[in-house]
Ligand binder design. Structure first.
Ligand code: SF4
Length: 463
């Protein structure tokens, strides 16, 4: 998880990057940061602060970031990886100039590389895998910045989208598998913006130009693409993350050639074909399942209703251990609409089922609100495997579908029926052009080697 943005060739680079972060807030809520470079003065600046973008970055902070180049990051909180020292951009002074780096994704050989670098004398300031990239660039024996970056990236395994500034030059790179998304847009006031999702282009009125393709390293200067190079490790079948479409990306984003909302509706329609349910109403678990529930309703003919309302203002809340066991967390996030639910056979559509604890509490809440029957439908297949490519997921043991049958999960949730979208059905919905996807969390088919795990090292968990 995490979101990244960069701007090149615009005098309001930091302000534009800030707006981009705003629209990527769903990709991370723990910390936000921006680094800028001013071509006129040769000065660089950085601000990193904890919290949501609106809390973390105030107008006074943006005023401290003059320049025509900026990179920005929002961080998702992962277990054991919290703290401002792990926030980005990372910024260092190099022989080639001032470097700032932001990263989205998860390297699968980060700990092996880190051990090697530590043995060679590198000093690390954080526990994130992204810092490994900075050290690899710094220690490269290549003579130009281009080659140093190429040298570093060619040693990485796993998932990465990185944006790096070396003084006034911006580099954008995406791993050869293309796990995480990155797009380029043209700003109406001049210059280019590069971001995790197209919603970050829309907010600054940028025109979509193109995706950064898997395995590309693009050099941008003064708002112009100067050079496009291929990273060495060619992969015949790219593996963009299908879970971005299922759950993570914003519905208005255009991703892998599909508007996320349209893809989710297609998942919902397919789900209705594969797993029909005897319901009076269809409701969604808001907000991520809204589109899929609309699709399910369209195809099944069962009316869509707003049976659950999501509270968007929860934030971090203290719950006592006693309350934690009694659905309080879920009650703070969702409220049932009794008038909609009472006496009804309710088809609940959710995007995915991970641990199952939230869904179980939700079902309990729906019954208390008068639902006569609850039929649970998931607009993705059972999540049986953890993600090592940048989506924060619990361990295999904690994934409810890793060791229980559908019938056992149905019993655990306490519902009349339970149905999942099939892996084939999911992919059918989003392969108009014959696209290939990563489906490892559903199938266990990990394509990028899990090097750290093979070496007996812990897998790093970044974002
Ligand atoms: S394992 Fe799942 S969440 Fe991770 S990249 Fe693959 S599809 Fe996406």
């Amino acid at each position: 998880m995490c979101g990244i943005v960069a701007v090149s060739g615009n005098p309001e680079a930091a302000q534009l990057a800030y707006l981009g972060l705003y629209s990527l807030q769903h990709r991370g809520q723990e910390a936000a940061g921006i680094a800028s470079f001013d071509t006129a003065t040769g000065e660089s600046h950085r601000v990193r602060r904890a919290g949501l973008v609106s809390e973390a970055l105030q107008p006074s902070h943006i005023a401290e970031l003059p320049g025509d180049v900026a990179v920005a990051h929002i961080r998702y909180s992962t277990a054991g990886g919290a703290g401002l020292k792990n926030a980005q951009p990372i910024r260092e002074t190099f022989r080639a100039g001032q470097l700032a780096l932001v990263h989205n994704g998860n390297l699968t050989n980060a700990n092996l590389l880190r051990e090697k670098l530590l043995n060679e004398g590198s000093l690390f300031q954080s526990s994130i895998d992204s810092e490994v990239i900075v050290h690899l660039i710094a220690r490269s024996r290549a003579t130009t910045a281009d080659e140093q970056i190429m040298d570093a990236l060619s040693q990485l395994e796993g998932a990465y989208c990185v944006l790096i500034t070396m003084d006034d030059v911006l580099y954008a790179a995406r791993d050869p598998y293309g796990y995480r998304p990155m797009v380029i847009g043209a700003l109406p006031t001049g210059g280019l913006v590069v971001a995790s999702e197209t919603c970050a282009l829309d907010i600054v009125h940028a025109r979509y130009v193109r995706d950064v393709e898997p395995g590309e390293l693009i050099r941008i200067r003064g708002g112009e693409i100067e050079q496009v190079r291929r990273l060495p490790r060619f992969v015949a079948e790219p593996q963009p993350c299908v879970f971005e479409l299922v759950y993570f990306a914003r519905p208005d984003t255009r991703l892998w050639g599909y508007t996320v909302d349209r893809a989710r509706r297609a998942f919902g329609r397919k789900l209705a074909e594969e797993e029909p349910a005897p319901g009076d109403i269809v409701i969604s678990v808001p907000d991520s399942a809204n589109s899929a529930a609309v699709g399910y309703s369209e195809r099944s003919g069962i009316p869509f209703e707003l049976g659950l309302i999501r509270n968007h203002y929860v934030g971090r809340t203290f719950i006592t251990p006693g309350q934690a066991g009694r659905d309080f967390k879920v009650r703070m996030k969702f409220s049932p609409v009794r008038e909609v639910l009472e006496g009804k056979r309710v088809v609940v559509v959710d995007d995915s089922l991970v641990r199952g604890t939230t869904s179980r509490s939700l079902v309990h809440m729906l019954r208390e609100a008068g639902a006569r029957e609850v039929h649970f439908r998931l607009a993705s297949p059972p999540v049986r495997w953890p993600c090592f490519y940048g989506i924060d997921m619990p361990t295999r043991e904690e994934l409810i579908a890793s060791n229980r049958s559908v019938e056992e999960i149905r019993e655990y949730l306490g519902v009349e029926s339970l149905g999942y979208l099939s892996p084939e059905g999911m992919i059918d919905c989003v392969r108009d052009g014959g696209e290939t996807y990563c489906t490892a969390c559903f199938t266990g088919d990990y394509r990028a080697p899990l090097v750290d795990a093979q070496e007996g090292l812990a897998m790093s968990s970044h974002c």
